[in-house]
Structures are given as structure tokens and as C-alpha cells.
Write a protein that binds this ligand. Structure first.
Ligand SMILES: [Zn+2]
Length: 314
């Protein structure tokens, strides 16, 4: 009997990764393309099909999993994604399904990461946890009793847009003070200017023309006090938010995913400290902060492909 494979596709604003994965999380083929090279979503579907037609895997694909910004699990559509050139409502799961003659499942990228974590990563032993993706923005995938929470319309789990600070920094969503404006790679960089404009600091960070979040973490390790202050502010804001969000689903763990999470255990420990400081008594000392173990694998493609193996897509 022929081996069965899943096609995982992770659509991003800048790049799209796709790959062929087996049930054990081995990635047998992978390619990254520029999303912006494809004027329509259909052009991308055609390209991926053409590319895979040259491989031995094409006849053994039993399903397709897609992670995408503003992805809706119920309708299999991408809806009004601000970072994509493809405008309006895109029926991407249907396009893939028709082209490959196999079922296709689509959800947002943070949900795909949560399911990937449950099947291949650091949440294999958990049925109740929340994945927090710390990238350009902050995404969340909420798992309760082993099932993904989608909500009535497929858009549940937007923790990044819970407002933390009244009249705070303007968010891309059009409102102010959302968690992701502080706790994301972009947010960490923004904090350099915000904190420095309140009170001028002498730090190598304020001299950098275009600093990245990694610079802040690097300078903190070197002992720069302003870098330390930014990381502490980020951890405090995130830890405090996660303390409140525990009231919703009582998770056993938060699994941090993305570049900031990979900066190390020290950041996770600090988030945990602030979480414990702010949490309701009944949850005290019960919630772990874990770091994703998908990072050193092909996280995006694996997360997307895991939708195929996840029995009910939930
Ligand atoms: Zn927002």
C-alpha cells in the first residue's frame, strides 16, 4: 500500500511555504515562494500543483492543510486580509480541493500552529492550552478538551486584539491599545521609541537606524539597562494579559511561538512571574509557560499539514 502524505501550505503576506509531510512530521519536500509574485490566489494554486506534479508525491496526497491570515475554518476562505494583495473573500480551500481532487482544510495561521503543537510539538500531552504566536502581530489558538475553539463564525481566539491599555497605541485593526501593539516583534521595536520619547535614554538601541526585536534581546543579554527595561515591560504586559485570559478557558499551559519566544527561557520565566503576580487565586501555580518546539522544524508547513491528520479538523 502506498504511503499517505499531507500537503501543508502556509500563506503569509510576504512569503508562502508549502511542503509534503508524512504522519510523523517528516517534511519530504518544501519550497518557499514570494506570495506577491502571484497576482491571484488561483495563480498560486496552479503553480503549487504544477511544481508537485514533477514529484513522486502527487498521487499520494490525501489532504491539504492551509494556514492563512484571516483564514476562516468554516468557509475555507481568506476574508479581507490586510496584508495580502488578494482582496475580498478568497475561496482558497475550494480552489486547492478542486485542483488536487482531495479535501482541503483552511484556518488561520495561529490555529494551525496550535494544532501542529498538539500533534508534533510541545503540547502533545495537553488537551487544554493556548498557543500564543509572537510575530509581526500576536495570534492565538485556543484548544479546549482537545478541540480547537472556532466560535460561531470561525474567528475565535483573537487575543492580540483584546485591548490592554485604554487609549493606548493605535493598532492596525483601527482601535487603540490592543495587546499586539505591545507584545509582538513589531511592538517590541515600537517600545524603543515610545519609552525613549517619555524619558530620553542613553542606549545603543536608540542609535540604531532600523532596530529589530532581536537587537533588544541581544543588548539585554549584554547588560544594557534600556533593553532590559523593554523586555520587562513586554513580559509584564503579556504576563498580565495571560493571567486575565486564564479566566476564559483555564488552560494547563500557554505555548509561546515565534521569534520572541525563541529568545529563550529567561523571557518565558519573566512572563510566568508576571502571570503569577496577577492571576486569580484559583489558577495560581497551575499554568505553565512553555516554548514551542516546532520552531527548529518546518513549523509553518507542519502546522498547516497537521490539519489533515487532526481527525475532525478541530
Ligand atoms: Zn487591534
Amino acid at each position: 500500500m502506498k504511503e499517505k502524505f499531507a500537503l501543508g501550505v502556509d500563506i503569509g503576506g510576504t512569503t508562502t511555504e508549502f511542503g509534503i509531510c508524512d504522519r510523523n512530521g517528516n517534511v519530504l519536500f518544501e519550497e518557499t515562494v514570494k506570495t506577491t509574485d502571484y497576482p491571484t490566489a488561483n495563480d498560486l494554486v496552479e503553480y503549487i500543483h504544477r511544481k508537485l506534479s514533477d514529484t513522486p508525491y502527487i498521487d499520494q496526497i490525501i489532504g491539504i492543510g492551509i494556514g492563512a491570515p484571516n483564514g476562516n475554518y468554516f468557509s475555507g476562505t481568506i476574508e479581507f486580509a490586510p496584508n495580502l494583495k488578494w482582496k475580498g473573500v478568497i475561496h482558497l480551500a475550494d480552489m486547492f480541493s478542486a485542483k488536487f481532487s482531495t479535501p482541503a482544510t483552511l484556518t488561520n495561521d495561529a490555529n494551525a500552529a496550535a494544532i501542529g503543537e498538539m500533534i508534533y510539538g510541545n503540547a502533545k500531552d495537553l488537551k487544554d492550552f493556548v498557543t500564543i504566536t509572537l510575530g509581526t502581530g500576536l495570534g492565538s489558538g485556543v484548544i479546549v478538551n482537545g478541540d480547537m475553539i472556532y466560535g460561531h463564525d470561525g474567528f475565535a481566539g483573537e487575543y492580540g486584539h483584546i485591548r490592554m491599555i485604554p487609549n493606548g497605541i493605535a493598532c492596525g485593526c483601527g482601535r487603540k491599545g490592543c495587546l499586539e501593539t505591545y507584545c509582538s516583534a513589531t511592538g517590541v521595536v515600537r517600545s524603543i521609541n515610545e519609552l525613549n520619547s517619555e524619558n530620553k535614554r542613553s542606549s545603543p538601541l536608540v542609535e540604531l537606524a532600523s532596530p529589530h526585536a532581536e537587537d533588544v534581546f541581544e543588548w539585554a543579554v549584554k547588560g544594557d539597562s534600556f533593553a532590559e527595561e523593554i523586555i520587562d515591560f513586554t513580559a509584564k504586559t503579556l504576563g498580565s494579559a495571560l493571567a486575565d485570559y486564564a479566566c476564559f478557558s483555564s488552560p494547563k499551559a500557554y505555548v509561546l511561538f515565534g521569534g520572541i519566544a525563541q529568545s529563550g527561557q529567561a523571557f518565558a520565566d519573566r512572563v510566568k512571574g508576571y502571570l503569577e503576580e496577577n492571576i486569580l487565586n484559583i489558577y495560581k501555580d497551575k499554568i505553565e509557560i512553555r516554548i514551542s518546539t516546532l520552531h527548529d522544524k518546518n513549523a509553518a508547513v507542519l502546522g498547516a499539514s497537521s490539519l489533515v491528520w487532526n481527525s475532525n479538523g478541530k
